[in-house]
Design a protein around this ligand. Structure first.
Ligand code: ZN
Length: 481
């Protein structure tokens, strides 16, 4: 048995391998495409700048980016600007946060890149007048962007935040990060396209302005490198005072490769990848995902956290929230619970919990137990079952009232007479009276005495065949099985 399973798995792997090896040839090659088109929405939260100033600035940012990222597939941007004063209770003209993680959460919640389908969506940029965090000491930025998967595998993807007064290069610099470029003072990990080697990356501030030609570095009041009287690298923290910033061929190639990786095999822009739906952690908990999805937790070594579609009944599961039905039992999505509490079931119905907390909770109908006709229903609380009661009259034969010394065979009767009946002697003795046995009452009637007593009888109340009897406080119930 084991052998067969192993064997079929090998066949499956072979099939997948062949598919992988053959199919791409039939598809278009990504290298066939000269352009990479990106839809961008700029959310304008600025109060310092007029709408016209923002429109002019955005046009210059976009123009610069298209010039810098000309290498195949060349960046082509379509954009629109939307005025937006406030989002998530925050004034968008002043994006100040207590921490970097607060900023990240705000951007994730409100300015994520949008993928309405794999090839439709937009890249998001929010324009503000102030972009700072204050963790004891205030730090401010001209812009902020995220890295792609290949540079920072576990980060979430989100839009760019940009200050309204930045120079024409800042948007291009932030896009550089999205296209996998690091700052010139930061080393790359890995072997391919180690673009920062010429700049001898040493971190900040020692490595800053290493792209500025010797003798042209301008130092600030703290005697640290700050700007350059000549050309500087776009990914350096070193403003070119002559307004001339560039990328090296290595950086251009790296960014072009990254654009290509944000491309579908038929040359369209893959917004899922820009949003981070492919290969990157995009959720921490189920709430981060859409309502018909759950957060599937990858481990550090295998996969990343991804939102996945909820599983159908019968599919394997490890917890209830993975199932469309909301119920995972013994490793499989099972039919949904009908109820969690009695209130879910309406009147005359109660919620019956599944066995050992795993079986299906069901609404079961309730009806009252009944008594046979002629019996009265008696409610008994709380430990005794309800019961049926009725009064019955019993009768017994009248007996002669004899002494122990009297011989029964010498007496006959009882004989009816007016008043109390009597027994007569065959030996000529005086008649004797009559009596009733035990607890029976003697009813004297002319010519027809009788012995009667009234007793209370009990019997069990009854449920419909196949229903369960349930004893409870108040009137007991029968519940549907
Ligand atoms: Zn940067």
């Amino acid at each position: 048995m084991n052998y067969i399973i192993q064997c079929s798995r090998i066949l499956f792997l072979v099939a997948v391998f062949l598919l992988g090896a053959v199919s791409p040839a039939a598809w278009a090659n990504k290298n066939d495409f000269a352009e990479w088109h990106l839809d961008v929405v700029f959310y304008n939260g600025s109060k310092d700048k007029t709408d016209e100033q923002i429109a002019d600035a955005v046009r210059s940012w976009v123009d610069k980016a298209e010039i810098v990222y000309q290498r195949r597939p060349a960046l082509k941007i379509s954009y629109r600007i939307e005025k937006l004063a406030e989002k998530g209770g925050k004034d968008l003209s002043n994006l100040s946060f207590d921490s970097m993680s607060q900023y990240a959460k705000f951007m994730d919640d409100h300015f994520d890149n949008v993928a309405t389908s794999k090839t439709e969506g937009h890249f998001t940029v929010v324009i503000t007048d102030k972009l700072c965090t204050n963790e004891g000491k205030e730090k401010c930025w001209g812009g902020y962007a995220h890295f792609p998967h290949s540079v920072n595998p576990f980060s979430l993807k989100r839009g760019i935040a940009l200050k309204s007064n930045v120079d024409t290069y800042t948007f291009t610099h932030e896009l550089g990060h999205v296209f996998g470029l690091k700052h010139t003072f930061e080393p790359y990990v890995g072997f391919k396209l180690q673009c920062n080697k010429p700049f001898k990356p040493k971190g900040r501030p020692e490595g800053e302005c290493n792209s500025c030609p010797g003798g042209m570095i301008v130092y600030d009041v703290n005697a640290l490198p700050s700007s350059c009287n000549g050309r500087t690298n776009l990914m350096d923290y070193c403003t070119s005072l002559i307004g001339d910033e560039y990328l090296t061929p290595c950086q251009e190639e790296r960014a072009a490769n990254q654009r290509q990786s944000y491309m579908t095999s038929d040359g369209k822009t893959n917004y899922f990848k820009l949003k981070g739906l492919a290969g990157e952690a995009i959720c921490k908990e189920d709430n981060d995902c859409e309502t018909d999805e759950y957060c599937d937790k990858g481990t550090l070594t295998v996969g990343h956290n991804l939102c996945k579609s909820l599983k159908s009944i019968g599919e394997a599961c490890t917890r209830s929230d993975q199932c469309v039905s909301g119920r995972c039992n013994t490793g499989q999505c099972k039919t949904a619970d009908e109820c969690q509490t009695d209130q879910d079931c309406g009147s005359n119905s109660v919620c019956k919990k599944g066995p050992i907390g795993l079986g299906q909770n069901k609404c079961v109908d309730l009806v009252s137990p009944t008594c046979p006709s002629g019996w009265t229903y008696e409610i008994r609380n709380p430990l005794n079952k309800d019961r049926c009661t009725r009064e019955v009259t019993k009768s017994a034969a009248l007996e002669c009232k004899l002494l122990i010394t009297d011989k029964a065979e010498n007496w006959s009767g009882p004989h009816a007479k007016t008043g109390e009946d009597e027994c007569k002697s065959s030996k000529g003795k005086d008649p004797k009276g009559v009596k009733c046995p035990g607890s029976f009452r003697h009813n004297v009637l002319p010519g027809a005495d009788s012995c009667t007593k009234t007793e209370t009888e009990h019997t069990d109340t009854q449920c419909i065949a196949g229903w369960d009897y349930k004893s409870q406080s108040g009137r007991d119930v029968c519940q549907q099985k």
